[in-house]
Write a protein that binds this ligand. Structure first.
Ligand SMILES: [Zn+2]
Length: 255
């Protein structure tokens, strides 16, 4: 049965990953996600169903458009594979449970934010809103209505802390240190992790971002570093090892 579920969840993952890539590459530049249908960006060739099978079409066509031979962006393949693998991993690690469904939401946010923030420096509102609603539904299903208010309060406090950090950063560096998307994302962070662990997660995300930021400065590329991918990766890792990170919170109580 586990094998059967694993296959279904992996296939579901790669299909969702394909959709997430469309979402993350079209919405930031104001394109519709429905029209036009899947096509080659180079020659506008409309994809037949067999040219549009997640992972498989890319492999068979060796990553090239069947019509014009131009390279299909690798992030399409990577989004599909990553979502499939993360969904499968979530199932194998947690089984069908509250944690599993939260992991599906986090995996989805990871893929969408990695693509849109690295490509366009944008974190879309719509996936965050949908994620927020799904978290509240899950909390209610698994923990009852009483869980809604504390969940929202945790989200709001974390959001306000990030807003303050962004404000201080702006005063210090005379430019936006944090994007609006990063601050909205912290709302989800607080909802899922609770305020205390969310703070640990935010600190952890700066450590994750540090090597990339230093490399960017060293290579003297444009100095803006997308922070969203690191916030959401940190959220993913902290949720996975929640107990270990909660121990860090407990350390603070010793002082
Ligand atoms: Zn083409």
């Amino acid at each position: 049965m586990t094998i059967y579920y694993s296959i279904v969840i992996f296939i579901f993952g790669i299909i969702m990953g394909s959709f997430y890539n469309v979402l993350a590459t079209r919405l930031p530049i104001g394109k519709s996600i429905i029209k036009p249908g899947s096509h080659c960006d180079a020659c506008n060739h409309k994809l037949k169903w067999y040219e549009n099978i997640p992972l498989i079409s890319y492999i068979i066509q060796k990553g090239k458009c069947k019509n014009c031979g131009k390279q299909i962006p690798f992030d399409v393949f990577l989004s599909e594979l990553a979502t499939g693998v993360l969904f499968l991993f979530s199932y194998l690690y947690f089984g069908i449970s509250y944690n599993f469904f939260i992991m599906l939401i986090l995996s989805s946010l990871c893929v969408i934010i990695f693509v849109s923030d690295f490509k366009y420096m944008i974190i879309l509102d719509s996936p965050l809103i949908i994620a927020g609603i799904l978290v509240i539904i899950l909390k209610t299903v698994y923990y009852g209505y009483k869980a809604i208010i504390p969940t929202l309060i945790s989200g709001i406090i974390t959001f306000l802390v990030m807003l303050l950090v962004g404000f201080i950063g702006k005063k210090m560096y005379k430019r936006d240190a944090l994007g609006g998307g990063d601050i909205k994302l912290s709302f989800i962070l607080g909802m899922i992790l609770g305020v205390q662990v969310a703070m640990v997660s935010l600190i952890f995300s700066t450590f994750l971002a540090l090597p990339y930021a230093l490399a960017t400065i060293a290579l003297k590329k444009d100095s803006e570093v997308p922070f969203g991918p690191f916030i959401v990766s940190s959220l993913f890792i902290v949720f996975l090892y929640y107990d270990k990170f909660y121990n860090i919170v407990k350390l603070f109580y010793l002082f």
